[in-house]
Design a protein around this ligand. Sequence first.
Ligand code: DP6
Length: 339
Amino acid sequence: MNGFYRATVASNIAFLKYWGKRDKALQWPANDSLSMTLDQLKTETRARLYQGDDHLFRFEGRVYTRQTRQFDKAFRHLDELARLLGEERRLEIDTLNHFPIGAGMASSASGLAALTIATLAAWLDAPTFDRLAAQGFSAERLAHLSRLGSGSAGRSLFGGYVVWEAGVTADQQRVWPFAPATAWNLRDTVVVCSADEKSLSSSDAHQEAWSSPLFKPRLAGLPERMKAMQAALERRDMESLGPLLETEALEMHAVIMTAGQPHQYLAEASLDFLVRLRNARQAGKVQAYFTIDAGPNIHVIHEASEHEKLCQWLKSEYPTQLLLHDKVGSGPQLEYVSH
Ligand code: DP6
């Protein structure tokens, strides 16, 4: 067997954000989170055994070593997986991303999840999820291993709408599918306000959360918001879900902007867009709501039936704007490929 084990994993957009960690080493989040797994914004990673002193790691065709800052997280995760599995065998790994990395579109979510799945598949010679599960690596265990690489990656192991529960102790954490993609066909149109590398990684920014005076009040209010979001999803009620999405995103950014080391991910173009979208909604032109991860780009969440109208409005207001069109997706894929 000289082929590759190929994992294709879509990113996810958080509706209720994972922001702040109770314990960094254990990757234990400060709160429960809820996300929608996407369909198109994805990472494809293939791996196979490799005879060499270190892993051979390629990103979009170029080789990178463990000294490259950009891929430091990937190499550290590979080392951690090797340690947990007692593996010493090296891998040849090839990764392709279907969207600009580092632009607040949670490329680390799809990237670290795809890396986890492809790595385990290659080590365990398991070309399907069933074969991985038969060897003790269920989707839930893969989610657990993925989130050790990047918290949000754990949620990309399932399709549809996914919950990551923080639990009362770190080992009670649980990632589970709240509703399948077929439950509600929501769209995410990403307004790319900047595709530049982020100025501060979200891993570093998580640590700052506790120093914001807004963080503890935020944590106190989240269980109620989670309940309301879940109820809105169950009822497929956009008018309830939308305002919750916006409040949640603005609250996370308020925490970031008021931390001891204040930071700002939003660009002028992001703020301009938020105001115009809200005005357009009030004027009855579009029925869509925003959410934003730790970056400048705006995710416009809307029902499929609204997509045409939204695109027309975007075209008239922002004729040259770069947009990425996505929707709720059904989860990761794993296959064996000959090249
Ligand atoms: C704003 O998962 O990137 O996207 O665990 O340190 O890798 P690490 O952080 P990461 O944080 C993502 C934060 C967020 C919100 C979310 O996805 O829930």
